[in-house]
Design a binder for this molecule. Structure first.
Ligand SMILES: Cc1cc2nc3c(=O)[nH]c(=O)nc-3n(C[C@H](O)[C@H](O)[C@H](O)COP(=O)(O)OP(=O)(O)OC[C@H]3O[C@@H](n4cnc5c(N)ncnc54)[C@H](O)[C@@H]3O)c2cc1C
Length: 393
C-alpha cells in the first residue's frame, strides 16, 4: 500500500457541489494557506446538472448566474397565477460553468492537491483522518468533509420521496418562449403515474429547459421520461417544432431521515450532510449558506465542532409535516402549492421554503393550508419527534 507522505489540514471526500464549494470557501479567508486534498472519481466538466434557487441579495456565485427571473408561473387545475417574487430573484447556474470556474480557482490555490480515484473507506485514528482509495492510496488529514453518505437512508422509519425528473433543453426555429417568466410548477399535466408537474425555464425566445418532475417512490427509465416529455411539450409548453439540444436526469431525496452530521473527525456535507431541503429538494442555496457557516466556524475556532445548526428546529417539524401530508396522499402537491400561493404573497412562500420566516409568518403559512390534514400530520410528527427524543435520553 502506498501511503501519501503529506498530512493535510482538510480532506474533501467527494468533489461535487459541496466538496468544491467548501474548498473554495476555505480559500477565501485566513485558511487560504491550508493544505487541502480534494478527492473525486474523475475531473468534472460535463453539464450534468443545472442549479436553480432564489435569493434576495447577490450570492457568492452571482457572476456564474446565466439566467434570472423576477416572475414565476404557478399553474394547477384549481388555481394559476403569474407570481411577482420580488425581492427575490430566481437564478440559474449551469453545472459546466460552475465546474469550470472551480477548476480555475482551485488550480490557483497554493496548497491544494486533487486526487482522482474511488474512495473505499475513511477512519478516524486518534487526531487524524485516514482515507483509503480503492487503488490503495492513503491520504491523511486533520479533518475530513464527506459528501459521500455514511449509511443508507432508513426509508422504513422516515418519510422518503424521490424528486425525480428528466429535462430537455429544446430549441425552436420561430420565437416560442417569453424569457421574462419561468414556469415554476405546472400541475395541469396528467397525474396518473404519480404526483407530477412540468418545470419550464425559458432561456431566450427560442430555447427552454423543460422538465417533467415527480414526487414519488417509483422512478422511470430514461426512455419513459422521454415519452412523457414528447407527449406533454406540444400541449403544455409550445406547439412549435423543436430540436433537443441537451438533456439532464436526476433524483433528489426528499426525506426527514436525520442524516448523520459527523463520524469521528469526518463531517458530512451536501446532500449526505442534510443540506437538501427535505420538503422541496432544493439544495444549492441551503448548502452554500451552511458551508459558509462551517468555514466561518473553522476560521474562528480551528474546529468544525460544535457543528453549526443547519436550520432552526421548527423547520424540521414543518418539513416532516409536509412530507407526511404528501406521503399519505391526504392532499395532493398541486392543491397544497395552490393553497400556499393563493393565500400568501409569493415572497412569503419562498421565504418559508428558505427557512427565513418569522413565527408570525409561519402561523400565516399554516393558516393558509387545510386545517384537518395538516393539524393531524403536525401532531403525529410532533409526537414522533418527542417520542424519539425520549428514547434517545
Ligand atoms: C440533475 C440534477 C439537477 C439538480 N438541480 C437542482 C436545482 O436546480 N436546485 C437545487 O437546489 N438543487 C438541485 N439538485 C440537487 C443538488 O443541488 C445536487 O444534487 C448537488 O450536486 C448536491 O451536491 P453534493 O455535493 O451533495 O453531491 P454531488 O454534487 O453529487 O457530489 C458528490 C461527489 O462525490 C463523488 N463521488 C461519489 N462516490 C465517490 C467515491 N466512492 N469516491 C470518490 N468520489 C465519489 C461524485 O463523483 C460527486 O462528484 C439537482 C440534482 C441533480 C442530480
Amino acid at each position: 500500500m502506498r501511503d501519501m507522505e503529506q498530512t493535510y489540514d482538510f480532506i474533501l471526500i467527494g468533489g461535487g457541489l459541496a466538496g468544491q464549494s467548501l474548498a473554495w470557501q476555505l480559500l477565501q479567508g485566513p485558511l487560504r494557506g491550508s493544505r487541502i486534498a480534494l478527492i473525486d472519481l474523475a475531473p468534472k466538466s460535463s453539464n450534468d446538472r443545472t442549479w436553480c434557487f432564489w435569493e434576495k441579495d447577490p450570492g457568492p456565485f452571482d457572476h456564474l448566474v446565466c439566467r434570472r427571473w423576477n416572475r414565476l408561473q404557478f399553474l394547477s387545475p384549481s388555481f394559476s397565477k403569474s407570481l411577482d417574487i420580488s425581492p427575490y430573484t430566481y437564478k440559474m447556474i449551469r453545472g459546466a460553468d460552475f465546474y469550470q470556474f472551480m477548476e480555475t480557482e482551485l488550480a490557483g490555490a497554493p496548497r491544494l492537491d486533487r486526487f482522482y480515484g474511488r474512495v473505499k473507506k475513511w477512519e478516524t485514528l486518534a487526531d487524524q483522518v485516514l482515507v483509503t482509495l480503492e487503488d490503495g492510496r492513503q491520504i491523511r488529514g486533520s479533518w475530513g468533509f464527506s459528501s459521500l453518505q455514511a449509511r443508507p437512508v432508513d426509508k422504513e422509519r422516515y418519510h422518503y420521496l424521490d424528486q425525480h425528473f428528466k429535462g430537455w433543453v429544446i430549441r425552436t426555429d420561430t420565437p416560442a418562449f417569453d424569457p421574462s417568466a419561468a414556469t415554476f410548477m405546472d400541475f395541469r399535466v396528467p397525474q396518473d403515474k404519480g404526483v407530477s408537474f412540468l418545470y419550464a425555464l425559458p432561456l431566450d425566445a427560442h430555447r427552454a429547459l423543460v422538465e417533467i418532475t415527480f414526487f414519488s417512490n417509483r422512478l422511470f427509465t430514461s426512455e419513459e421520461y422521454d415519452e412523457m416529455l414528447r407527449a406533454l411539450i406540444p400541449e403544455f409548453v409550445t406547439p412549435a417544432q423543436y430540436v433537443i439540444e441537451h438533456e439532464e436526469i436526476g433524483a433528489i431525496p426528499m426525506t426527514d431521515f436525520p442524516f448523520p452530521r459527523s463520524e469521528g473527525r469526518v463531517i458530512f456535507i451536501g446532500t449526505a450532510g442534510g443540506h437538501t431541503k427535505p420538503s422541496s429538494g432544493y439544495t444549492f442555496w441551503r448548502l452554500q449558506k451552511n458551508l459558509i457557516k462551517l468555514a466561518n466556524q473553522l476560521e474562528r475556532t480551528g474546529s468544525p465542532f460544535p457543528l453549526p445548526r443547519i436550520a432552526p428546529a421548527r423547520f424540521g417539524l414543518f418539513d416532516s409535516t409536509l412530507l407526511n401530508v404528501l406521503d399519505s396522499g391526504a392532499l395532493s402537491a398541486g392543491d397544497l402549492f395552490a393553497d400556499l400561493f393563493r393565500h400568501n404573497p409569493p415572497a412569503r412562500v419562498l421565504r418559508f421554503l428558505n427557512e427565513e420566516t418569522s413565527w408570525l409568518e409561519d402561523l400565516r403559512i399554516m393558516g393558509s393550508v387545510p386545517t384537518y390534514p395538516f393539524l393531524k400530520a403536525f401532531l403525529a410528527e410532533l409526537a414522533r419527534i418527542t417520542g424519539a427524543n425520549r428514547e434517545s435520553v
